[in-house]
Design a protein around this ligand. Structure first.
Ligand SMILES: Cc1cc2nc3c(=O)[nH]c(=O)nc-3n(C[C@H](O)[C@H](O)[C@H](O)COP(=O)(O)OP(=O)(O)OC[C@H]3O[C@@H](n4cnc5c(N)ncnc54)[C@H](O)[C@@H]3O)c2cc1C
Length: 277
């Protein structure tokens, strides 16, 4: 049973309520079915000024309550802006995208969350607020290892995506139907220098509760001119060790094959578009 529903208008007030044990609620699409979490004082964070999008020459800074629809409609700059819109557009259906927030998509620890995969490929940084403390910045990749920094009364307030000149990106997901949760997802990011892939990032999603980087694949590809054979070799080498947590949607073996195919495609897609710069 919901014990109270707070609608603070200021970030500080929301953080104070969260520190007293309140449960943050944003789009409510993940929380609505979680009876345990709903047995709390809910703190609606949609009115505290976190639905802003700021663009500078170096970065896109997104407020945590920016919805997927808002993100898609924002026409953000760079390959990064187009990539974020592309990923968001393929998440579930339009009414859901109107509600789902970026902060909620990162915080809610479900296999199928798409935006953390994209943000990890983009090397995004989170800003975390706690009552009475200065905001802290932490790379998303660090934040989702172990205990998350928004537990114990914390809140993701912003997500910053660096804009990197010439960055090329690829994203692939497979689901049973267009609106369904993914069996697996894969993203790739890189730049091109003298025909060779630089700063390669390869990310898997939907095969573990949290998205993760495949550093072994990245290491094989870094500094090389990518060919389909080399991409296949890098992914195939990592395939046997790829940690696939079982779930009810499909077998581990099937999802391993899907994840590897998607990774090959995402890497090839990024490399091909890097060549067009
Ligand atoms: C039928 C269905 C299909 C879906 N399919 C997909 C899909 O394919 N891909 C995909 O990516 N998503 C999908 N989603 C959305 C996903 O599962 C979550 O429901 C959603 O990401 C949660 O976002 P929200 O804003 O609604 O968060 P809420 O439901 O409001 O909150 C979820 C959790 O996150 C916490 N939280 C929210 N905001 C913050 C913050 N700023 N800082 C810290 N903690 C916070 C809350 O306290 C709560 O614990 C689907 C949802 C549904 C219902």
């Amino acid at each position: 049973m919901i014990r109270a529903y707070h609608q603070p208008q200021r970030l500080d007030d929301a953080l104070a309520l969260l520190q007293q044990g309140g449960q943050a609620i944003a789009g409510a699409t993940g929380l609505y079915s979680n009876r345990k979490k709903l047995d709390a004082e809910l703190v609606d964070i949609t009115g505290i000024g976190l639905s802003t999008i700021d663009v500078t020459v170096d970065a896109i800074r997104l407020g945590a309550t920016v919805s997927l629809s808002q993100l898609i409609g924002a026409q953000l700059p760079g390959s990064e802006g187009a990539f974020l819109a592309h990923v968001a557009r393929h998440i579930t259906a339009a009414p859901m995208r109107n509600a789902i927030t970026l902060g909620g998509n990162i915080a809610h620890p479900v296999f199928w969350a798409d935006m953390p995969v994209a943000f990890l490929a983009l090397d995004a940084e989170l800003e975390i607020g706690h009552a009475g403390a200065a905001p802290k910045k932490i790379a998303l990749g660090e934040a989702i290892k172990g205990q998350v920094p928004w537990s114990n009364g914390g809140l993701i307030t912003h997500i910053s995506v660096p804009l990197k000149k010439g960055q090329a990106l690829g994203y692939e997901r497979l689901s049973r139907t267009k609106n369904d949760y993914a069996y697996a997802t894969a993203a790739a990011a890189m730049t091109l220098e003298s025909g060779k892939a630089k700063d390669v990032r390869v990310v898997f999603g939907a095969i573990q509760p949290r998205a993760f980087r495949a550093t072994d694949i990245e290491a094989v590809l870094e500094g090389k001119a990518l060919t389909p054979e080399l991409i296949a070799e890098a992914v195939d080498k990592a395939a046997a060790h790829l940690p696939i947590a079982p779930n009810f949607r499909a077998s581990v073996d099937y999802r391993r094959q899907v994840a590897c195919t998607l990774a090959r495609r995402a890497i090839a897609q990024a490399f091909a578009s890097a060549g067009q710069e």
